[in-house]
Design a protein around this ligand. Structure first.
Ligand SMILES: O=C[C@H](O)COP(=O)(O)O
Length: 337
């Protein structure tokens, strides 16, 4: 077994801060809805596609640097189970995995101390189980809310669901927006809904799921991103994982640039969460390099970036095992995560 010590790489190259305390940002208070800004949003689709096409084909980070980036990626995963057949047992196993995402012998071989995932993400019904299972780990529970994934349950019940999840101990609430407000350009309705969701969350941080695969155009994605940030979203998130098209690089570029624009205008840093269909370590590396290039190192931290993923961790573990031992394990050995 290799005894490569990548802890120096991770600190020196500033590619990971897995072993450092979390930075706390001032929370986005939101602002008045500014329709001029919304109407000014433009997206040059072919330029976006050209920029994204250059990303996956590039020479990626290799060897120790790649392992460091992958460890960093783990600290930014919202380890997720959102299935109709979720049980308390499955959620407890997922929580145990979130607390110990990489085998201790592999971490030792890389000169790394313990790490955890960014959060565990579940339906409301499983919040209490997850909170109990994660007690003492410092890992927050994120609850998907507001009639996830369609967001079409009666409005008062969507608000109530947030209240219940916060009461059950969720520290992060992933709300879904009403897609129809975007498709009918009813920005005031989207703003009002998001504002109330944010207020109902109280101290819990709110991630706004745009369900970008159902918004019709990249311009709508840009507009909806701005409206949600103006209404106080702490994070903007691409997808529920249940749409027919989930996280993509073009959508990510548009949302990341909306985040950059909002920061330039207000001084508040909003987090970004691509979610749905991200299951390969190499895809995670592409997302991280996009964030680094467009937003800078500051965003490469769990308080500003998360992957919403149910199976990414398993592939990252396989790559790390290969890095340390030179051998790939079968994917069934990493069934959880
Ligand atoms: O928010 C998280 C997504 O639902 C996870 O999607 P996934 O199962 O495709 O990784």
């Amino acid at each position: 077994m290799s005894t490569t010590d990548i802890s120096a790489t991770t600190a020196g190259a500033d590619t990971t801060t897995a072993h450092l305390p979390q930075i706390h940002e001032p929370r986005n208070p939101g602002m008045e809805l500014d329709l001029d800004i919304i109407e000014r949003q433009r997206v040059n689709t072919s330029a976006v596609e050209r920029r994204c096409a250059t990303l996956p084909g590039r020479r990626s980070v290799k060897k120790d640097h790649q392992a460091a980036w992958l460890l960093k990626a783990i600290t930014m995963i919202d380890l997720t189970t959102l299935a109709g057949d979720d049980t308390a047992g499955r959620v407890r196993r997922l929580c145990a995995k979130a607390a110990h995402p990489v085998r201790a012998d592999l971490l030792n071989a890389m000169g790394m101390g313990p790490i955890t995932t960014g959060a565990v993400c579940v339906y409301h019904d499983m919040v209490e189980t997850a909170v109990e299972a994660l007690d003492g780990t410092g890992i927050p529970v994120a609850a998907v809310s507001t009639g996830f994934p369609a967001g079409l349950s009666p409005y008062h019940l969507r608000v109530k669901e947030i209240e219940e999840s916060v009461k059950a101990g969720a520290k992060e609430i992933d709300i879904v927006i009403s897609r129809r407000h975007v498709l009918t350009s009813n920005w005031q309705a989207l703003y009002d809904e998001m504002r109330e969701f944010r207020e109902t969350c109280g101290e819990a941080h709110v991630k706004a799921i745009l369900a970008t695969g159902e918004l019709g155009s990249l311009r709508n994605v840009a507009k909806a991103s701005q409206v949600c940030m103006m209404a106080g979203a702490d994070f903007i998130k691409t997808s529920t994982g249940k749409e027919s098209i989930n996280a993509t690089l073009p959508v990510s570029l548009v949302m990341i640039r909306a985040v950059r624009d909002y920061y330039a205008r207000t001084g508040y840093r909003i987090g970004y969460k691509p979610a749905g269909g991200i299951s390969k370590a190499k895809d995670a590396l592409v997302y991280l390099s996009l964030i680094k290039e467009e937003l800078g190192n500051h965003w490469l931290s769990p308080h500003l970036f998360r992957f919403g993923a149910s199976s990414l961790l398993g592939d990252i573990e396989r790559q790390l095992e290969h890095h340390v031992t030179g051998q790939y394990s079968a994917s069934w050995r990493h069934a959880i995560g």
